[in-house]
Design a protein around this ligand. Structure first.
Ligand SMILES: *[C@@H]1O[C@H](CO)[C@@H](O)[C@H](O)[C@H]1NC(C)=O
Length: 297
């Protein structure tokens, strides 16, 4: 039986994709994205506001804007930003085309830094919470502006999602609540470390007892690109010192004001530096101060 070259090419690409599709780099370069736009396993999600997406986006990208009340988040009990309930999040993601085999590249705007990247890292944490493996999530380095700067094509065609089969299961261990944080105070020597991702001035004005300061704005360059892995390690060690925490050691809880900025370090530690045990205090200072005071010493 004669096999056409077309069949061979299709078989080869099927094999190629089935071996390689799932894992992507957590920091996606515009050049890589350009080369992989037609990968059937890849879902590019643009989280900028609807009108901004409509005006120009990566070809084939889906627009799912980030907001405090959106597919990605909800506001509850006086908290600005919380993980959405699983029974809403999972079907919403599947409805937007997510399947268990999908890798997601997130596109945000870096016009306002670090805000734009914080939204992308928050969405990455939400996808991890939803149960998508961390090696199936990447963030476009330098945001949409970086895409354009690198000669990326602009599209106006709104993508219509084809529903997928994504169904979690939700990983509740991604987030911690107030009692777990309370139980983790003053345990740095035991390798349980609270990291405050806000800027130094905010930390100095008041932070959760025994937390260490690790401002998240130091993760990125001013153009919204990530610092190199070596530089990220350097920033990390500057904040954490010789506390016994590392990729396979100890436990880190990151927090900020509302649980947005903290996801910068959550993403870098979990997805980029591959720490096993990093948790997000979803309610952060906003939740903590309902019961406890911040301290200055
Ligand atoms: C991924 O999974 C979905 C749902 O099972 C399926 O429809 C789709 O064809 C798969 N994608 C690829 C590229 O195999």
């Amino acid at each position: 039986m004669a096999i056409s070259w077309k069949t061979v090419a299709t078989l080869a690409s099927t094999l190629f994709y089935s071996q390689l599709a799932a894992a992507i780099s957590p920091i996606v370069s515009p050049v890589w994205l350009k080369d992989n736009l037609n990968d059937p396993f890849l879902l590019v999600i643009d989280i900028r506001p609807e009108a901004t997406y409509a005006a120009s986006h990566v070809p084939g990208a889906l627009g799912i804007p980030f907001g405090y009340s959106s597919l990605w988040a909800e506001q509850v009990e006086g908290d600005t930003l919380r993980m959405p309930p699983a029974e809403e999040l999972l079907p919403a993601l599947a409805g937007q085309g997510l399947s268990a085999n999908t890798s997601v590249v997130l596109v945000s705007s870096v016009a306002t830094m670090p805000r734009g990247m914080n939204e992308a890292t928050r969405v990455a944490a939400t996808l991890q919470y939803a149960g998508l493996p961390t090696n199936q999530v990447g963030i476009l380095d330098g945001g949409y502006e970086g895409w354009i700067k690198n000669g990326g094509e602009e599209s106006l065609d709104a993508k219509v999602p084809t529903p997928g089969d994504f169904n979690g299961p939700v990983d509740e261990t991604v987030v911690v609540e107030r009692p777990e944080v309370k139980a983790s105070l003053n345990k740095v020597d035991e390798g349980i470390v609270l990291l405050d991702a806000r800027d130094t001035a905010s930390f100095d004005q008041g932070h959760i007892e025994s937390a260490l300061s690790l401002p998240q704005k130091n993760i990125w360059n001013s153009d919204g690109t990530f610092k190199t892995v070596d530089q990220l390690w350097e920033v990390y060690f500057k904040g954490v010192g010789d506390a016994p925490v590392g990729p396979d050691e100890g436990e880190i809880i990151v927090y900020c004001f509302i649980g947005l900025m903290a996801t910068g370090w959550h993403f870098v530690l979990t997805n980029v530096l591959e720490f096993e045990n990093v948790k997000l205090y979803d309610g952060s200072v906003q939740d903590w101060t309902k019961e406890y005071q911040l301290v200055t010493a």
